[in-house]
Design a protein around this ligand. Structure first.
Ligand code: WT7
Length: 666
């Protein structure tokens, strides 16, 4: 029985047996019945021969320009690279107008599915109409090219309209993930000097409703730059009063109704800033990753069609991420719309009203390409194969994952239970900074190895370096990208120094340091190991240990805190906080609950520590630096590393005991 001819019928025991067999298979050829539609060999050859010429050809072929470019890459001010700098185009025209002009206005852009089962099909013509009105509405509110507009919305079509309307007039959007706390919204609006914030009256999650506008108002206080708040009437009933400040706040629907329906797309320079997206780094201050227009759109467009082998005429594509993350920006909004594809946009959670909701949606819309995260697959495994088993998933042809390394068992389950053994799996490696996928199989072309993101895409040059910068051709090393690519971040918003320091100081201005360690095998396959900075990956979401620590120590009962990751079967990594309380206060369950809630309020629920370990003292060097390395060892249940530099070696014995006791309590 070869890969691609796997019988997944039968009982769960049969499935388990098949999984066992397959865990021994190292490499999977593209499934025999899979027919690739988009040839790619010529791209690989062209990119290998001359990456700049390859990207220039792709930019001419895939994007519609108002003014063609003559320059391609400018690397004279490395690491501040520019691409296609003398060209002009409008991103919203590339995502909307060109499809409508080609007679595809009635094509569905988003099959929106609400949490309570509502359906709304939004066509390209609908999106264009709303985008023009909102663009005019924003202009009427005083938004000009280069101004920052914050977006804090749930998964509703208006989030795409808001982003596209900004792009249409050259405003820079700054989307904040809907799961973040209002205080995180405040911080991000403040540091980016946002002029307008687009948010929603209230949100709903698994049948519960919560006010959003009122909660945001309560946190915002005085932000001198923020002139207006635009409020979308979200789906479902609104919980309670929506406070509207006259002169500052306007309803989204009223703004659209009062706006001129025509807003011609203005040509913008290729390097015009498109968006900021804040992401966690190794300090408590989030990094404002800045992307520019043409290069970013080229990366999103090219990779969306080539990695997933998208045919916009026939595919129904679904990415289950939230628009608040880079995955949503590139692979729910910009890539799919630029390619003129039809997507599903789902508002809700995977386990509401029942654990089969995703598979019900796949069946209903005949989804062909599905893109999700390993942590979601592991949840599905926990819930059981009977949920996907209730539905006809035969429409699926390509499956993707992103966010963290996928463990082989989850990969195989996805392959067998969801893909029926027919669908190539693309394990896509990339980052907020890279803008689009850099290392990934090409569906149906690259032989896959469960747990490996396989090989770089055409035009991308990753490499591994040792600690002292020597190339590693086989084995583990520090992952770097040695040549610029069009969709790379341009800088950190208003912080060029931190941009250079974070990504281009270790090995010089032409070597982008990713922040991940990886292994390269003898066949040139990349295996991502994980972060090498103080960033924790919880369910594919990046969190900074420093940010969580500073939230914890902001609590009046806390003297000191150190945050590390522990391995977690479900979420990949989980947060463990070692906390010293002030005075003689003893740690108890009530304080633990209070601290977790405190972190949720300051950052968001996903930053809540899984476990809090009370410690009278933390392991420190003689100069007073907390040795997180030792805490990571304890949290992971490993042998402790070198403790000789500790000021008080006895501290570790106490902490090890406390961790053991915490595990025993479970
Ligand atoms: C970090 C980037 C890109 C969208 C989601 C997260 C990890 C991402 C993979 C993968 C192993 C992965 C890396 C990376 N990561 N994809 N396929 N295999 N690790 O974006 O928040 O910017 O995080 O996520 O550690 O550096 P992000």
């Amino acid at each position: 029985m070869g890969p691609g001819h796997i019988d997944v019928g039968g009982t769960v025991a049969d499935l388990a047996a098949t999984l066992e067999d397959l865990l021994a298979v190292e490499s999977f050829d593209p499934p025999a019945g899979f027919t690739r539609r988009r040839p790619v060999d010529a791209d690989r050859a062209a990119a290998d021969a001359d990456p700049q010429a390859f990207w220039a050809d792709a930019a001419r072929e895939l994007l519609t320009w108002d003014k063609p470019f003559t320059q391609v890459l400018d690397d004279t001010k490395a690491p501040f690279y520019t691409w296609f700098a003398d060209g002009e185009l409008n991103l919203s025209a590339n995502c909307l107008d060109r499809h409508v002009a080609a007679g595809r206005g009635e094509r569905v852009a988003f099959h929106w599915r609400g949490e309570e089962g509502e359906r709304r099909d939004v066509t390209y013509a609908d999106l264009l109409a709303d985008t023009q009105r909102l663009a005019n509405g924003l202009s009427a509110l005083g938004v000009r090219a280069g101004d920052v507009v914050g977006i804090f919305l749930p998964m509703i079509p208006e989030v795409a309209v808001a982003m596209l309307a900004c792009a249409r007039i050259g405003a820079v959007h700054n989307v904040v993930f809907g799961g973040f706390a209002p205080s995180a919204v405040r911080e991000r609006m403040e540091v980016s000097d946002a002029k307008v914030l687009i948010t929603v009256d209230g949100a709903r999650r698994k049948g519960r409703r919560a006010p959003v506008k009122a909660a945001v108002d309560a946190e915002l206080g005085e932000l001198p730059a923020l002139e207006h708040i635009v409020v979308v009437r979200g789906p479902g009933e609104n919980p309670g009063e929506v406070p509207m400040t006259p002169g500052r706040d306007v309803w989204f629907d009223e703004l659209l109704a009062g706006a001129d329906p025509d807003c011609p797309a203005i040509p913008l320079p290729a390097e015009h800033p498109l968006f900021i997206l804040y992401s966690s780094g190794s300090t408590a201050k989030p990094k404002g990753i800045l992307h520019s227009t043409a290069g970013y759109l080229l990366g999103a467009t090219y990779t969306h069609r080539m990695v997933f082998d998208i045919d916009p005429d026939t595919d129904v594509y679904w990415c289950s991420a939230d628009v608040g993350w880079i995955t949503g920006h590139s692979y729910i909004v910009y890539g799919p719309l630029s390619n003129g594809a039809t997507s599903v946009m789902y508002e809700g959670a995977p386990d509401y009203p029942d654990h089969d909701i995703w598979w019900r949606i796949v069946e209903e819309y005949r989804v062909t390409v599905f893109y999700t995260a390993p942590t979601a697959i592991r949840s599905c495994i926990k819930w059981g194969a009977e949920y996907p088993g209730r539905h006809d998933l035969s429409s699926l042809r390509v499956l993707g994952t992103v966010g963290e390394p996928i463990n082989p068992k989850a990969w195989l389950w996805y392959h067998l239970v969801i893909g029926g053994g027919r669908c190539p799996i693309v394990d896509t490696w990339w980052q907020t900074e890279t803008g689009s996928v850099l290392i990934s199989p090409l569906a149906g072309v690259t032989p896959t190895r469960p747990g490996s993101a396989t090989k770089p895409l055409p035009g991308i040059s990753p490499a591994l370096l040792s600690e002292d910068g020597e190339p590693v051709t086989e084995g583990t090393g520090i992952l770097v990208i040695t040549k610029p690519w069009p969709s790379m971040l341009r800088t950190l918003y208003k912080d060029d120094d931190r941009f250079v320091e974070t990504y281009f100081s270790r090995f010089g201005p032409t070597t982008y340091v990713v922040g991940d360690a990886a292994r390269l095998d003898a066949d040139g396959y990349f295996w991502i190991i994980g972060r090498i900075d103080d960033v924790i990956n919880v369910s594919g979401h990046r969190l900074s240990t420093a940010e969580v620590e500073s939230a914890i120590v902001a609590h009046e009962a806390v003297a000191e805190a150190a945050v590390v990751a522990e391995p977690d079967e479900q979420t990949g990594q989980a947060i463990v906080a070692f906390v010293t309380l002030t005075g003689n206060r003893a740690g108890d369950a009530a304080t633990e609950a209070e601290l977790r809630e405190h972190v949720a309020r300051r950052i968001g629920k996903l930053a809540r520590p899984r476990r809090i370990i009370w410690a009278d003292d933390l392991p420190k060097t003689r100069s007073g630096k907390i040795m997180r390395r030792l805490l990571r060892d304890v949290a992971a249940g490993r042998e402790l590393g070198d403790v000789t530099t500790l000021r008080d070696p006895a501290v570790m014995a106490v902490i090890t005991e406390a961790v053991r006791a915490a595990h025993d309590d479970e």
